[in-house]
Design a protein around this ligand. Structure first.
Ligand code: FRU
Length: 477
């Protein structure tokens, strides 16, 4: 273990003991203590799923990035491992930024961005981002291999390599910024060490952002998906409400051919908090995605408790008939279920009833018979700060959080069709909610901060009645 990693481990041990766990996730991955952002290096290696993540062990604020590390057999029960890499080489002295992992024979290979300033760190002209490599045989201890792709001339923002194998070659996409245009650059290699630049895979047109972070590029169905996190898209009505977006373009691609888009940029998740998603393949061929369940510059009240940031549930991706990405909780998530409590409610008439006294870790299922309902608003509430409801006049499913003392108030919503049943799966954890609509049609994820004494779940229907054909919850382990 290097000195910097040993220091980080010591620090995490001490800090962990002092955490206030009131909002610490019960079944999502978060750092042991300190700060977490993007998921990195998601991979299956030697019988384990590995999740790395952007991590600052020394405080619950963003700082010189390390790679935190955890592993799991089932994507839901995670075991923490020692910090994998720390910013200790000349190539990454100011941070080990986001990246990915691949398996090359018996070696686990991390490819990540070395973030460094040559001189004054307040001047972006001094910023250099290079793609670096670290390798491991045991999946726990890593050896640094230095730079594999240097900064292209004239570019400063050049980060978040995603590597994969296709045919006989390795490929890498990297997010970049030229002037005020976000782009994704493509590289190709036979051995993971020598990389040849393959041109700009895609770039922003007007309004599509000044920087494209965290690109990912994979086959899904008979299409190719370019998933990325653009910075600088402007909000318009219900779209692009968060500071930065994460979403995708669908198209077609073959090695050595251009990427031909067949649609517009679409956001992946419509809640307040979902960013920098990364995908990986399971051994049985499912494409799973995990995102950071937060948003840059949004208040993170758990910082006062000694930690910050968490990851989303693993979600299986598929492509709908309309070429839209669908996300469903990975089937492993069902292994968290304990007893099922059906709620003896089939209709509500201008009223609210409580169904659970203290909801901390729960999966809720609701099947609203929308065509047989005439209430103006009907849905679920958690304490006095969260409501997830159908607004029949707007024809939208709304997630509303109201935590004025934390500076977190406002709504996110998606359109819904009310002449058929509306099926919702809602995952509640200590400080998060993820809503899956109609088996993958849409998804809304947000951080929530209920008081410990106000975690009761209610069902309500106002100005009319609402019918429910199925409603209940699993307590999750
Ligand atoms: C995305 C991001 C990446 C970068 C990392 C730094 O959230 O800004 O582009 O590598 O976070 O922590």
């Amino acid at each position: 273990m290097t000195n910097l990693i040993a220091d980080a481990e010591q620090e995490l041990k001490t800090k962990r003991e002092a955490l206030n766990l009131r909002w610490y996730p019960r079944y999502h991955l978060a750092a042991r203590a300190g700060w977490m952002n993007d998921p990195n290096g998601l991979v299956w290696f030697d019988g384990w799923y590995h999740a790395f993540y952007q991590h600052h062990p020394y405080s619950p604020e963003w700082g010189p990035m390390h790679w935190g590390h955890a592993r799991s057999q089932d994507l839901v029960h995670w075991e923490h491992l020692p910090v994998a890499i720390a910013p200790e080489g000349p190539e990454d002295k100011d941070g080990c930024f986001s990246g990915s992992a691949v398996v090359d024979g018996d070696t686990l290979v991390l490819i990540y961005t070395g973030h460094k300033f040559h001189g004054d760190t307040d001047n972006e002209d001094n910023l250099y981002q290079v793609q670096c490599m670290a390798t491991s045989r045991d999946g726990i201890h890593f050896e640094r291999q230095g730079i594999v792709v240097d900064t292209p001339p004239g570019i400063h923002h050049f980060r978040d390599p995603k590597v994969w194998r296709e045919g006989a070659n390795w490929y890498m996409v990297v997010g970049a910024r030229t002037g005020n245009t976000g782009q994704v650059r493509l590289y190709c290699s036979a051995d993971l060490r020598q990389w040849v630049y393959g041109g700009i895979l895609d770039e922003a047109e007007t309004g599509m952002g000044f920087m494209w972070e965290c690109p990912d590029f994979f086959n899904l169905g008979d299409k190719r998906v370019l998933m990325f996190s653009p910075q600088g898209m402007t909000a318009h009505r219900f779209k692009n409400r968060n500071l930065f977006q994460s979403g995708y373009l669908v198209g077609d691609w073959q090695p050595c051919q251009p990427f031909i888009r067949s649609g517009e940029f679409v956001e992946m998740d419509h809640g307040h908090d979902f960013y920098a998603p990364q995908s990986f393949l399971t051994p049985d061929g499912r494409r799973i995605v995990i995102g950071w369940l937060d948003m840059w510059e949004s208040p993170l009240p758990e910082q006062q408790d000694g930690w910050a940031g968490m990851l989303s549930l693993p979600r299986e991706l598929s492509l709908g008939v309309d070429n839209r990405l669908q996300m469903r909780p990975a089937k492993e998530v069902e292994s968290l279920r304990q007893a099922w409590f059906p709620w003896p409610v089939s209709s509500l008439n201008n009223q609210q009833i409580n169904v659970v006294e203290n909801a901390v870790a729960m999966e809720v299922v609701l099947n609203w018979k929308s065509a047989d309902s005439n209430a103006e608003q009907y849905g679920l509430s958690l304490g006095d700060g969260l409501r997830v409801y159908i607004d029949a006049q707007m024809q939208r499913l709304v997630l509303e959080r109201h935590y004025p003392h934390h500076g977190l108030c406002g709504t996110r919503s998606v359109p819904v069709t009310l002449d058929r049943d509306l099926h919702l799966r809602l995952f509640i954890d200590s400080s998060s909610i993820e809503v899956f609509v109609n088996d993958g049609e849409a998804c809304l994820s947000s951080r929530i901060y209920p008081d410990t004494e106000r975690r009761e779940l209610g069902l309500f229907a106002w100005s009319g009645y609402a019918s429910l054909s199925d409603g209940g919850a699993w307590q999750l382990k």
